[in-house]
Design a protein around this ligand. Structure first.
Ligand code: GDP
Ligand code: IMO
Ligand code: MG
Length: 440
């Protein structure tokens, strides 16, 4: 049984928390794309864990795999492993594996990311982790894979063929090419490679064998559907495919294996970095979301842009991912707002549309058309039953479900593991409806 979980918005929907919650029912959790640009937070009691490359499920003792679809920063990965081990999380080659073919993020990728962002007028606002440049080298067949570190001669042969061109690019971008990846760094990388060799596996083989043996696998996405390199708000996107189909290509599994596809939806929208954001708020309601929701980036610490929930964008995410169920997160953050708005449609150059236009340039001009409801004052953190939610909060949840035609399986009401409402006790009057006919 294979479940895929992806962010339905611009990332930071609470994937870490929900994967941690679901993982105890799975045998394997696997990351399939992205790199250490991701930052997934898991709160266990008083402990806060921030993981960037290791699947969040490792915290509950589920086996964790990093698939070949990711770009791997070996330096930060070993630091992350050490951070978890120092805090008592067991990581051995019995419960953790990395694909031998994972492409490496090299120091020159990071320099190129930083320098090219600095030289641009219209910055993407990347995490400066070298993601685009590492993926570009994969597509150019110019990559160094994890497995290349296991053979010193092969590694140096590849590196020596690659470095002169990288030095040229970095000099052109205004950087200093001379201290780029000195030999002691190459030696340190080879040493890290020897440590990581211990964990190297063929993830596709492990997952397919496990599925055949009846095991349950959870594929954990990074970023969100609207940051997808093809389907997102280009050019303000990340450089990987972030939608559910990417789990198949990134892990090496056939689509026929997929049982469920879960989409994570924050009760409002946040975005880090630049790019179109029709419902963005710059008023007191937006500040409420930043402060109450603690909306600061897990990886870069940047303040996240905040705005109202956007149904046209959510409909698009549902199409891109084929969600069979949704999880609503951070509903508790909306407590205390006098009026809650949801963007039901857009006005684009005088025309009313309820699905986003294809191009970012057109999305930039979309003016949200809101539906409004009264808010609620009650705090939600202690609520564990849907029917104990304030009536206006229930109305908010049901509006989204009905408009989307996809049921929520959980509602998260706080950062902690136990702050969650399971929805299957509730009578189901919502069925998946691919036409997504609005009821309001
Ligand atoms: P991810 O990248 O999707 O894993 O999300 P992040 O970890 O970057 O950001 C989500 C933040 O919201 C983290 O600080 C979580 O601890 C927190 N969080 C997750 N779910 C909830 C929730 O339901 N309510 C509140 N208040 N915080 C939450
Ligand atoms: P998680 O997994 C939110 C954003 C960056 C920037 C764009 C491109 O924690 O949800 P990149 O460094 O990937 O080239 O930057 O993508 N971005 C994220 N935003 N959450 C993330 O990951 C993100 N990873 C990248 O802010 O706008
Ligand atoms: Mg995050």
């Amino acid at each position: 049984m294979l479940t895929i979980i992806t962010g339905a918005q611009f990332g930071d929907e609470g994937k870490g928390k929900i994967v941690d919650h679901l993982a105890e029912n799975y045998d394997i959790v696997a990351r399939f794309q992205g790199g250490d640009n991701a930052g997934h937070t898991v709160v266990v009691g008083d402990e806060v864990y921030k993981v960037h490359q290791i699947p969040s499920g490792i915290l509950v003792g589920t086996n964790a795999l990093i698939g070949p679809g990711v770009v791997l920063n070996p330096f930060s990965l070993t630091e992350e492993m050490k951070m978890l081990q120092d805090r008592g999380i067991v990581i051995t080659n019995e419960n953790f594996g990395i694909d031998t073919k994972a492409s490496l993020i090299m120091p020159y990728h990071i320099s190129m990311d930083i320098l090219s962002e600095a030289s641009r007028k219209n910055r993407v606002g990347t995490t400066q982790k070298g993601i685009a440049y590492a993926y570009a080298d994969r597509v150019l067949r110019n990559e160094i894979r994890l497995g290349d570190l296991f053979d010193e001669d092969r590694f140096y042969q590849k590196l020596n063929a690659i470095l002169p061109a990288k030095k040229e690019v970095i000099a052109k971008l205004g950087g200093n090419p001379y201290d780029l990846f000195p030999d002691e760094e190459a030696k340190r990388l080879l040493k890290i490679g020897k440590e990581l060799q211990h964990y190297a596996v063929d993830v596709s083989y492990v997952i397919n064998s496990s599925l055949r043996a009846g095991k349950k696998v959870l594929a954990e996405g990074a970023q969100g559907a609207l940051l997808d390199v093809v389907h997102g708000t280009q050019k303000y996107v990340t450089s990987s495919s972030t939608i559910a189909g990417s789990a198949c290509t990134g892990l090496g599994i056939g689509p026929s294996q997929v049982t469920k596809t879960i989409g994570l939806v924050k009760a409002y929208v946040t975005r880090v970095g630049n790019g179109p954001f029709p419902t963005e708020l710059t008023d007191a309601d937006g500040e409420h979301m930043v402060t109450v929701g603690n909306e600061f980036g897990t990886t870069t610490g940047r303040k996240r842009r905040c705005g109202w929930l956007d149904m046209p964008l959510l409909k698009k995410s549902a199409n891109l991912n084929g969600y069979t169920e949704l999880v609503l997160t951070k509903l508790d953050v909306l407590s205390g707002l006098e009026t809650i708005k949801i963007c039901a449609a857009y006005d684009l150059d005088g025309e009313r549309i309820d699905y986003p236009p294809s191009l970012s340039e057109d999305l930039e001009r979309c003016v949200p058309v809101y539906t409004e409801n009264d808010g609620w004052d009650e705090t939600l953190g202690e609520i564990r039953n849907f029917f104990d939610l304030p009536p206006n909060a229930r109305k908010f949840v049901e509006y989204i479900e009905k408009k989307n035609g996809i049921p929520f399986s959980y509602i998260s009401v706080g950062p902690k593991r136990e702050q969650i409402i399971k929805m299957d006790v509730r009578r189901r009057d919502v069925r998946y409806n691919p036409i997504m006919r609005p009821l309001f």
